[in-house]
Design a protein around this ligand. Structure first.
Ligand code: HEM
Length: 396
């Protein structure tokens, strides 16, 4: 982890065959990349998730008992609930509507003060997602929730104070949301659920019983936390507009249909966020002539694949136009996992992420703002990383 985002791509460059053997957290590890590797990795007969994620990651980022840790029928049942909520045809637009509205409300309050875009967008996203899931939230609670959600992400891959902050943030929010779930269950169960909160509160597991309140809270947070985490991409979007001002002009002019979505895809591809995903070899396997023994940790190199010159022309050039020419390129983009979100573990929040990010990027491009001197370097040795300043700006 201390080598950061360059670790796997560097190792991949040094090896032939696109496979790296190493040790991670004391375990034998094999890392793969490439479209074929995606198919191999997401086949449940090859790689399973139960017991793959260590407690330091579960106690900060995902939560114990989260959908990320399930396999087989248990995963299918839980994932179907997430897909029904997050991949419903109108879900991305409705949530993005809340994001746009909460953003304009926040900007109206900025005046000429200097603001840190990362903090502001996290708060906006916290308010928007809570509007959407049906969790009531006031202004100060939104700031606290945003702070806790970003802490959970910030502290998952590092020991020390950041990790402790992440654990405390998760414990606090799980406790609060478990109480919210119990509050919902004090009322009779409605036949038609009117919100994600109600759906989760009454969701029945394989045993036919509602989830225990803590697990329901974990899964509610698995909608709220990653939505708040879109703040990372919003900050990278601002960085791209600052670094390449013609991007801001292209977003402003709206002359190209679909440009904001293409820009959002390129932000997800170009900037470093989720480094890799992992699971355990379900049995003895063979990948391109390499033996992988049962129980080996198998990683799929997300960041590396998104910058693989075999898949992307000039991968270190920021160019949203690579996503305006056809769907083929999208198959190679695995910023939020690969495979099929319906059956496998791929992120069910991708459309929400792209739609919300496109709205935030368009809103930001439409503002007249100044960017004072600050440290905008993005250290690749830090995980997760961000422009060091969080992107300070002020309306001009
Ligand atoms: C901020 C941008 C996001 C990134 C970078 C991201 C990334 C990921 C990644 C890498 C995975 C794991 C895929 C795998 O295990 O193979 C994942 C899974 C998941 N994501 Fe996202 N995600 C984002 C946004 C969202 C949003 C907005 C939501 C919900 C509204 C969401 C909900 C989930 C859930 C529930 C899973 C678990 C899926 C499963 O295990 O079946 N994510 N995400």
């Amino acid at each position: 982890m201390s080598h950061g985002y360059a670790w796997l791509p560097n190792r991949m460059r040094a090896e032939t065959g696109g496979t790296v053997r190493t040790r991670l957290l004391g375990r034998q590890t094999v890392a793969l990349r490439g479209p074929e590797a995606v198919g191999f990795f997401y086949d449940e007969q090859h790689v399973v998730r139960t017991s793959a994620l260590p407690d330091p990651v579960l106690d900060t980022l995902f939560g114990q008992g989260a959908v990320h840790t399930l396999d087989g029928d248990a995963h299918r049942a839980r994932k179907a609930m997430f897909n029904a909520l997050l991949r419903a045809p109108d879900a991305p637009a409705v949530l993005a509507g809340h994001v746009g509205w909460r953003w304009r409300e926040a900007v109206a309050g900025w005046g000429r003060e200097r603001v840190v875009l990362f903090d502001e967008s996290a708060r906006v996203l916290a308010l928007a997602v809570c509007d959407w899931v049906g969790v009531p939230l006031t202004g100060p609670a939104a700031a606290e929730l945003a702070h806790d959600c970003t802490a959970m992400v910030d502290g998952f891959a590092t020991p020390g104070p950041r990790h402790l902050r992440a654990r405390r943030a998760r414990a606090r929010q799980e406790e609060a949301l478990a109480r919210t779930v119990l509050g919902v269950r004090e009322r009779p169960e409605p036949e038609l659920k009117s919100s994600a909160l109600e759906t989760l509160a009454w969701h029945r597991g394989q045993d036919g019983n509602p989830l225990d309140p803590r697990t329901a809270a974990v899964e509610l947070l698995n909608i709220i936390r990653p939505t708040v985490a879109i703040a990372w991409f919003a900050t990278f979007a601002a960085h791209a507009m600052h670094r390449w001002p013609h991007q801001r002009d292209l977003l402003r002019s709206e002359s190209e249909k679909g440009y904001a979505e293409a820009f959002a895809h390129e932000v997800r591809r170009f900037y470093p966020f989720a480094p890799f995903v992992g699971g355990l070899a379900a049995r003895d396997l063979n990948w391109r002539g390499e033996d992988i023994t049962q129980g080996t940790l198998v990683l799929l190199d997300l960041y590396g694949q998104n910058h693989d010159p075999a898949l992307w022309d000039h991968p270190y050039r920021f160019d949203p136009h690579r996503f305006t020419t056809g769907a083929e390129t999208l198959d190679h983009l695995i910023a939020q996992g690969g495979g099929d979100p319906a059956g496998g573990h791929r992120c069910p929040g991708e459309d929400i992420t792209v739609t919300a990010l496109a709205v935030l990027a368009t809103e930001l491009a439409g503002l007249d703002f100044a960017v004072p001197d600050q440290d905008l370097t993005i250290p690749l040795s830090r995980m997760p990383t961000l422009p060091r300043s969080g992107f300070e700006m002020s309306l001009s």
